[in-house]
Write a protein that binds this ligand. Structure first.
Ligand code: ADP
Length: 462
């Protein structure tokens, strides 16, 4: 069995099965066997099943929220927000299932017709992380099922209880065995079995760039289609002409979500020199108001980090920066709560050669850099191997367009700290991966285009 602990206090939340290699093989077999029938169901049937799943989960939103909070550590307010975000994908793809349209193309031959269909790509395997235990799975499963694919998920071992609860509700909704399967156990073994099986036609992965590269390498021999949602190093740029209050609230919300353990979390905050001092002072006042606590209570609180390794990494990055000359405006140390809590931290006087600048922090740390010109900050924003999201605050329309054109990222968010919803394409470039999730682009990842030539149509007059 795998033991699941609450990162807020170490208490045991539950157990899930550690599947043996044989059990994983059997689950993959079921996923592959079910594909034939599932891919031939009517779009309307798939849509109705997704809708039913959506409704059942929504009825028990509170139970799901408490479970997420207990196994992940995020506060209940955030957990419920995650559920609404995840449910949005199930609802969206219940609708989208009916709209996987093909094309007809004007024929190149006199007695022929050309048709293009979008066929489900095949059985899919997916590996998901612990930071959004509900949404990640809802998003991947809903998209796959809508397209006519079957899917097997390996959730993160830190947060498998929410995953299995989602599976249970899918079964109640009538989504059959094989169509949606789940396994937990040794990640490397399961990943190896998923990627080496030639029947699995696609891998959808969300997690670190390092494991993404590994899975891509492992998938090369069987040439699988891949969606890779990997690490980020988001710049958050505040220009002199920005609406400061808007930028502050966007920053605090985006940064403290899930205690900073989010791939789109602002990781490098660039504040233009003219407003720097005022901005950091206001930021300090805002962050001081935020409580740090375990999450099962009505208000927003910053929760613990997921495990000791995460806490050690954040501590190390902050200490390195401090010893290289960074100034600590707030926090800069473990939180008084003890355990896995890290104090919300603001660092200033940072430089781009510090490790904290090139590394995804994954903690409640606001690293503030200053800049002089637009040209300079664009170059610095792009000086990273990652390219997931970039945020910028400015009221200059021309500048807003230049930034969205020139910043190398899959997503550019202007004058807001909020990125995701079901109707938009989420994903990155460079070492942040490829492929998109959400919106009608998301479903394209789960289909292949089939061209059909119907020649020899003849002539009715003959
Ligand atoms: P994080 O550091 O945020 O946990 P990871 O990339 O390590 O990011 O984990 C994301 C997911 O990848 C988790 O479900 C984890 O179990 C899985 N994972 C970790 N190592 C491997 C591996 N060698 N093969 C397949 N999956 C893995």
């Amino acid at each position: 069995m795998i033991e699941v602990r609450n990162p807020a206090d170490g208490s045991i939340v539950g157990h899930v099965k550690h599947h043996s290699e044989q059990e994983v093989r059997e689950a993959i077999d079921r996923t592959c066997t079910a594909f034939h029938a599932w891919s031939r169901t009517l779009a309307r049937q798939r849509s109705d099943l997704l809708r039913k799943w959506f409704e059942l989960v929504r009825q028990d939103r509170q139970d799901f929220g408490e479970l997420i909070s207990r196994e992940n550590g995020k506060c209940l307010t955030e957990a419920l927000g995650e559920i609404d975000y995840g449910l949005g994908f199930i609802e969206w793809y219940a609708e989208e299932a009916r709209r996987v349209y093909g094309d007809t193309i004007p024929s190149h031959a006199a007695d022929a017709a050309v048709l293009v269909t979008k066929d489900p790509i095949g059985p899919v395997a997916s590996i998901t992380p612990w930071n959004f235990p509900f949404m990640m799975i809802a998003r991947k499963v809903a998209t796959a099922l809508a397209a006519g694919c079957t899917i097997i998920i390996k959730p993160a071992e830190e947060t498998p209880l929410t995953a299995y609860k989602l599976l249970e509700y899918a079964r109640h909704a009538g989504i059959p065995e094989g169509v949606f399967e789940m396994v937990t156990g040794d990640p490397a073994t399961i990943g190896g079995l998923m990627t080496s099986d030639p029947r699995i036609r696609k891998i959808s992965f969300t997690g670190s760039t390092q494991i993404g590269r590994l899975l891509a390498r492992q998938s090369a021999d069987t040439l699988k289609k891949l969606t890779m949602e990997l690490g980020g190093n988001a710049p958050f740029i505040v220009f002199d002409d920005a609406d400061i209050e808007q930028a502050l609230s966007g920053l605090v919300a985006a940064k403290l979500r899930n205690s900073g353990q989010v791939c789109i979390s602002p990781n490098r905050i660039y504040v233009q020199a003219g407003i720097h001092d005022r901005f950091v002072q206001r930021l300090k006042e805002a962050v001081e108001q935020v409580r740090v606590d375990q999450g099962l209570q009505p208000d927003f609180v910053v929760g613990p980090l997921i495990n000791q390794a995460a806490l050690d990494k954040v501590s190390r990055l902050v200490e390195q920066a401090q010893s290289s000359g960074a100034k600590t405006l707030l926090g800069g140390r473990l939180h008084n709560n003890g355990g896995l809590f890290y104090a919300p931290t603001i660092l200033t006087h940072l430089s781009d050669d510090m490790e904290i600048c090139s590394t995804e922090i994954f903690g409640p740390v606001f690293p503030i850099y200053t800049f002089a010109s637009e040209q300079e900050v664009i170059a610095r924003a792009n000086a990273t191997e990652y390219g997931l999201v970039a945020y910028a605050f400015t009221r200059d329309l021309g500048r807003a367009f230049r930034l969205s054109r020139d910043i190398e990222a899959g997503m550019v968010i202007l004058n807001s700290g909020s990125v995701g919803t079901a109707s938009v394409p989420f994903g990155g470039v460079k070492q942040s991966g490829y492929g998109r999730e959400g919106s009608y682009y998301g479903i394209e990842e789960y289909v292949h285009v089939k061209y059909m030539l119907m020649a020899g149509l003849g002539d009715a007059a003959r």
